[in-house]
Write a protein that binds this ligand. Sequence first.
Ligand code: ADP
Length: 504
Amino acid sequence: MEEKKKKKHHMSMRTFLLIAISSLVLIVVAGISTGVIYFSGQTAANSLLDQTEEQAERLADQIALHHFRIQSSQNTLDADLSETAFLAGGRILVIDQNYRIQKDTFSFQQDAYIISENIMAVMSGEKERQRWIRNSYAEVILPIKDEKGEIIGVIVSTATTKPIEQRYDLIVRNTLILDGIVLVGVLIAAFLISRMSVRGLRDMNRRIAYISEGNLEAKLPEKGFSETRYLAKNYNGVISQLADIDSTRQEFVSDVSHELKTPITSMKVLAESLLQNEGATTEDYREFMSDIVNEIDRETKIINDLLALVKTDKQNAVMNYAETNINELIDVIMRRVTPLAKARNIELTYESYKQVMAEVDEVKLSLVISNLVENAIKYNVDSGWVRITLNADHKFFYIKVADSGVGIPEDAKDKVFERFYRVGKDRSRDTGGTGLGLAIARSAINAHGGTIKLYSESGKGTTFTVRLPIHQEDITSADELIDEVMSEDKEYGSTDRKDKETGE
Ligand code: ADP
C-alpha cells in the first residue's frame, strides 16, 4: 500500500521531447499565420479605400469644374457617377454647400438635405477627409473644392468589400491548409527526432539490465552523442573496477580456503594414523596430540591474521585516531619482543632521534611495527642484529626496521606484500608464518595515508621504511571528492584517471 502511494508517474524523455518540439512549432506557426491573416486583411481593406478615394477625388474635381451642373447635356458627369458607383457595388452622394444632395446614385435621397457629423466635419474643413470600413462597405468622404481651394461641397462614395472578402477568405483557407500540412510534418519530425535522441539511452538501458544480471564482462558501446558516449565510458570504467574487485575477491576466497585446509588435512592425517596404529602407546598418543595442537594453533593464527587483515582493509577500516606517543608505543613493543631476540642471541637496538606525537590508530600501528620487528627477528641469522630507528620532519614520521637477516630476493620484493605470499614456502612454514603479516601491515599503513618501502640484499639483510603523516587530513567526504573530480575533468569526468595510490 505504502509503495503504491509513493509511486509517481515519470514522463519519458521521449514524450517530453515530442511535446516540447510540437508545442514550440505550434506556437510559432500559429503566430505567423495570425500575422499573415491579419496583415493581408489590412492591406486589402486599405487598397479598397485607396481605390475608392482616388475615384471620388477624380469625380470631385469634375463636379467642381462643372459647378455642380450634373444633369447637363454638356458633360457626362451624371453617367460617370452612376457607372463608378455601379462598378464599385456602392453608392455616391454629391452634397453642396447647403447640405442638399445634388446627386444620389440610388436616387432615394435626391434633392433631400443631409446633416451628419462626418459630413459636417469635412464640409467645415475640420477634417481633410474621412474613410473607414463599415458594414461590409468602404466609405470615403472628400471635400469638393473650387479653383481657389474653397470647399463648395462634399462627395460621399461607398464601395462593397465583397470582392476583398472573398480574397481574404481564400487567404485564410490556404493559410490554415498550409498550417495543417506543416503541423503533420512537424509531428512526424518530432516523433523521429525524439526517437533518435533517446535511442542511445534506451539501448544503453537494455545493456545495463543485461550487465546487472551478473554479466560483468559485457561492455556498453561507446558511440552516439557525446553525452551518451561519456556516460558509456564512465559506466564501463565502473564495471571494469567491479569486475576487478570481483576477481580479487574470488582469488582471496580460494587462497583462504586453501590455507585453512592445510592444517585440517594435517590433523586428519595425524588422527587417522593414530587410529590405524593398533598398538599405539600412550607416548605415541601424546606425541600425535601435541602435533594436532600445533596445527590447531596454526589454524587459529591464520584465522586471527585474516580477521586483522579484514579489519585493516582500507574499505572496511574504522580508524580510531588519537594523539599517540610513538616513542612509548615502540618501547612497549621492544619489551615484548626482547625475549624472542634473546633466544637467538640477536642484538636488538632502538634509537629515537625525536620525540614524536602523532595522530594514529594505536592498535593498528602496533600491529604494523610488531609484524616488522618480529619478521626481522624471524628471518634473521643467529647472533644477528635488528635496528629500529624513529625520526620525523614537520609533516611525517619515519620508522625504520633494519636487520642482518637472510634478505629478500629481488623477484620477491613486490610479492611479499601480497596475501599468503612467503619466500620459499617451506622455510617460512618452520617459522610459523601465515604470509599475511606484511599484507596487514601495508593495508594498515595505507589506511593511515602512509607508505611502506623495502630495501633488501639477499643474504645481507633487509630494511623496511614506513612513512606516516603526523596529522590526519580532514576526512574528505565522498561528495567533496566527487566535486573535486568534476572540477578537474571538465568534460563529464574520465575513467582514465588513475587513483593516487599510496604505498605501492
Ligand atoms: P609471514 O607470516 O610468513 O612472516 P609476512 O607477510 O610477514 O608473512 O612476510 C612475507 C614473507 O616475506 C615472509 O614469508 C618472508 O619470506 C619475507 N620476509 C618478511 N620480512 C622479512 C625480513 N625482514 N627478512 C627477510 N624476509 C622477510
